[in-house]
Write a protein that binds this ligand. Structure first.
Ligand code: E4P
Length: 216
């Protein structure tokens, strides 16, 4: 499973990029607001840091303006992926932009039929929002499983980009369900490496090593 960082904070992106584990970045209008920066400027900087796909979201809701904004965002860098909401205009804009050779990420996916529709439109990614479904008492992971089954039935190439990931358990379940990508905040990736028994075991090994008096 590919790991994308869900942030527009360039310092965090730089730090994770240095690990060699980062496969891409997703942003949305709320994350741009949080960054306090101009969308085109910050996306250009992110695209410079990261080789993989970087999602930048359109703000328009009508087909023509979505196309115009999408084309403008795509001019920023070759690795820009145009993010569009799953509405009728959004799906239509997706089809046109894909036909023009652009990458698209169809966002705010909350059911399998939406995912089926955007795959038919040729989307590069579909973004099912697991955490927001969980917040409503609906198992977000079931949606990932349903989309995986549908895409496999018809050999759709659209990648499942599991979004709104909030916990390490979400990450594990996404990987088990066959999501292609998981996008998560830096705090969630950081938490993946941690286990109390790892810390405890390491402390014991280091203490014993100290007693050997050796160096390597
Ligand atoms: C990613 O593309 C989404 O915008 C993001 O994962 C949403 O996460 P949230 O539900 O935590 O805001």
């Amino acid at each position: 499973m590919k790991f994308f960082l869900d942030t527009a904070d360039v310092d965090e992106i730089r730090q994770w990029s240095a690990t060699g584990l980062l496969d891409g970045v997703t942003t949305n209008p709320s994350l741009i607001l949080k960054s306090g920066r101009d969308i085109k400027e910050v996306l250009a900087e992110i695209c410079d840091i990261v080789d993989g796909d970087v999602s930048g979201e359109v703000a328009a809701t009508d087909y023509d303006t979505m196309l115009a904004e999408g084309r403008k965002l795509a001019q920023i860098a070759d690795n820009i992926c145009i993010k569009l909401p799953i509405t009728m205009d959004g799906v239509r804009a997706c089809k046109t932009l894909v036909d023009e050779g652009f990458k698209t990420n169809m966002t705010l996916c909350f059911n399998a039929n939406q995912a089926l529709l955007v795959a038919k439109a040729g989307a590069t990614y579909v973004s099912p929002f697991i955490g927001r479904l969980d917040d409503m008492g609906i198992d977000g992971m079931e949606l990932i499983e349903e989309i995986r089954a549908i895409y496999d039935n018809y050999a759709f190439e659209t990648e499942i980009l599991a979004a709104s990931i909030r916990t390490g358990n979400h990450v594990k379940m996404c990987a088990m369900a066959g999501a292609d990508v998981g996008t998560m905040p830096p705090s969630t990736i950081e938490a993946l490496v941690k286990h109390p028994l790892t810390d405890k075991g390491l402390a014991a090994f280091l203490a014993d090593w100290e007693k050997t008096g050796q160096t390597i």
